[in-house]
Design a protein around this ligand. Structure first.
Ligand SMILES: NC(=O)C1=CN([C@@H]2O[C@H](COP(=O)(O)OP(=O)(O)OC[C@H]3O[C@@H](n4cnc5c(N)ncnc54)[C@H](OP(=O)(O)O)[C@@H]3O)[C@@H](O)[C@H]2O)C=CC1
Ligand SMILES: Nc1nc(=O)c2c([nH]1)NC[C@@H]1CN(c3ccc(C(=O)N[C@@H](CCC(=O)O)C(=O)O)cc3)C=[N+]21
Ligand SMILES: [Mg+2]
Length: 293
């Protein structure tokens, strides 16, 4: 069993990005600049946004964190985004999800200029991704592809089973794994809440990607011997032995599943750190105007 080390891989990618930034600086170019919008005070969201800002500093990017109270109106938020669309000093913007219920995330994602949409959530980026045109790939699926690629994992002709169909993970990774480029060329099955006999499907998987948010959903009897298992889930569960009172758990029962796997991601230290690295990569691509009209 080989552990897919997301932390190490993320650090390697961040070193590559930092080297490019140093090069841009040396040539007198503009340093990439990421802006992040956070609404409200959700603990998890604040942690992720802070991690993103710290990662920007690590690679030499500029970053701006715009933090609003959860009573900001949808129109006010949309106007902020319109301002950023016009601001040439900012290359990329992410709006941390979920948003408060009175704000439509669909509206927010549509108003953002798709050329600055480094999360890859704008309908134009989604469409371009599906069509195989230049687009920002959403950071988590992009990170999963990086892990498969950097560990030289064969994907061609494999049966990839994805559990979860969200717009930010399950659906895009399903499409990407079916594409005719490496990593891809897999035969893909998508499972969700209404899938009948989930275990029947997961047991067929050569590559199992799980993005649900239910700790321990995937037990050892649901996994084929020798499978590659990618666990995207990150749920905070109470743990009195930890200083902060909780720890992160994936969707996979790691202790019992890992011995059966050829490769597996841990949680934490698996997909999560890659998500941050690929957000930086997208911001670098934005600064280089790699996605344009
Ligand atoms: N490591 C990282 O970088 C990231 C981690 N995450 C984590 O990944 C997890 C999933 O996130 P996200 O995709 O946003 O979650 P969503 O809640 O948006 O989607 C969860 C998906 O799981 C499906 N589902 C729910 N219960 C079951 C079940 N019993 N069997 C099969 N499918 C089920 C849902 O089905 P239905 O569509 O029918 O509701 C849905 O499609 C979370 O723990 C999140 O924190 C998310 C993003 C990045
Ligand atoms: N607009 C938007 N874009 C997102 O990409 C987005 C979002 N909203 N909303 C929430 C989800 C969740 N998500 C994670 C990112 C990093 C880790 C991560 O770094 N996890 C570390 C641990 C971090 C910790 O210790 O808390 C790990 O798994 O090792 C996890 C989850 C991005 N999301
Ligand atoms: Mg969600």
């Amino acid at each position: 069993m080989i552990l897919l080390d997301g932390k190490k891989t993320s650090e390697a990618i961040q070193r590559e990005i930092a080297a490019e930034v140093a090069d841009i600086k040396a040539k007198g170019g503009k340093v990439p600049h990421l802006a992040a919008i956070l609404v409200g005070h959700d603990g998890g969201s604040m942690t992720y946004v802070n991690n993103k800002v710290l990662a920007c500093e690590n690679v030499g990017f500029e970053s701006t964190l715009l933090h609003y109270e959860d009573d900001i109106t949808e129109e006010e938020l949309l106007n902020k985004i319109r301002e950023i669309n016009q601001d040439d000093t900012i290359d990329g913007l992410i709006v941390q999800l979920p948003l408060p219920r009175h704000i439509s995330s669909t509206r927010v994602l549509e108003v953002l200029d798709y050329k600055k949409d480094v999360d890859g959530f704008h309908p134009l980026n989604v469409g371009h991704m599906v069509a195989g045109l230049p687009a920002y790939l959403p950071a988590t699926p992009y990170g999963i592809l990086q892990l498969l690629e950097r560990y030289n994992i064969e994907t061609k002709g494999k049966h990839c089973v994805v559990v979860g169909r969200s717009n930010i993970v399950g659906t895009p990774i399903s499409i990407l794994m079916s594409k005719c480029t490496y990593p891809g060329e897999s035969t893909v099955t998508i499972c969700h809440r209404n899938t009948v006999d989930l275990a029947h499907h997961t047991r067929q998987a050569d590559i199992l990607i799980v993005a649900v948010g239910k700790p321990g959903l995937i037990t050892a009897d649901m996994v084929k011997e020798g499978a590659v298992v990618i666990d995207v889930g990150t749920t905070r569960v109470e743990d009195a032995t930890r200083a902060r009172g909780w720890r992160l758990r994936g969707d996979v029962d790691f202790d019992h599943v890992a011995p059966k796997c050829s490769y597996i991601t841990p949680v934490p230290g698996g997909v999560g750190p890659l998500t941050i690295a690929m957000l930086l990569k997208n911001t670098l691509r934005a600064a280089k105007k790699e996605v344009h009209d």
